[in-house]
Design a protein around this ligand. Sequence first.
Ligand SMILES: CC(C)(COP(=O)(O)OP(=O)(O)OC[C@H]1O[C@@H](n2cnc3c(N)ncnc32)[C@H](O)[C@@H]1OP(=O)(O)O)[C@@H](O)C(=O)NCCC(=O)NCCS
Length: 182
Amino acid sequence: MRIEKDNIVIRSATIDDALQLNKWWNDGRVMEYVGFPNGVGEPLEDTIKNIESRKDEYSQLCIIEIDGKAVGEINYNIKGNTAYPGWKICDANYQNKDYGPKIIMVLFEFLFTDETINSKCPVEKIAWDTLLENKRAQHVYESKLGVRKVGVKKDFWKDPTGKLRTAVDYEISREEFFDSRK
Ligand SMILES: CC(C)(COP(=O)(O)OP(=O)(O)OC[C@H]1O[C@@H](n2cnc3c(N)ncnc32)[C@H](O)[C@@H]1OP(=O)(O)O)[C@@H](O)C(=O)NCCC(=O)NCCS
């Protein structure tokens, strides 16, 4: 897949991105926001396998580029009528610069309108979560994007350091997305 909006590109990852993705995933400073304060400790071969396993439009691993520079990643899976995405601006120089909401809205529009996806499997809802500690992400979702918090999963996961983590769940329906743009 490939989406372009102003100076932002979101495109499917290729084997050429494996080194960069692996570097991000093994970097605790990047991964602490998603619960891996020491990184995931993944060998490069596993990152390559992950990229190679994404064979169709319903399961994608993507690179976010700003002004031609790889600055982060997006992944999503579509099951039934729901898309489950995740995103990270990994390069800290590009965080807190208002790119997140733009990137997320561009992705939502793609998921709700892409012909290839929606002709076979119309996406009615997008659902994702964030860790309770990730106050920046919650602020962006609730105050900047105005999306619906649907619940909290207390102690849903023990992170690799043994700490129990709580997640905050969000959803946006097709109707809510198009209404928000009127
Ligand atoms: C979360 C993320 C997508 C947000 O995108 P972004 O472009 O950095 O966000 P913005 O610049 O639009 O906005 C950041 C807002 O958070 C606020 N903020 C920054 N740190 C904060 C904190 N610790 N607590 C609460 N709010 C905070 C800023 O003041 C700003 O709000 P404002 O515009 O109302 O002043 C991005 O920072 C990111 O990818 N972070 C790393 C990985 C991650 O957390 N992914 C999401 C996992 S669910």
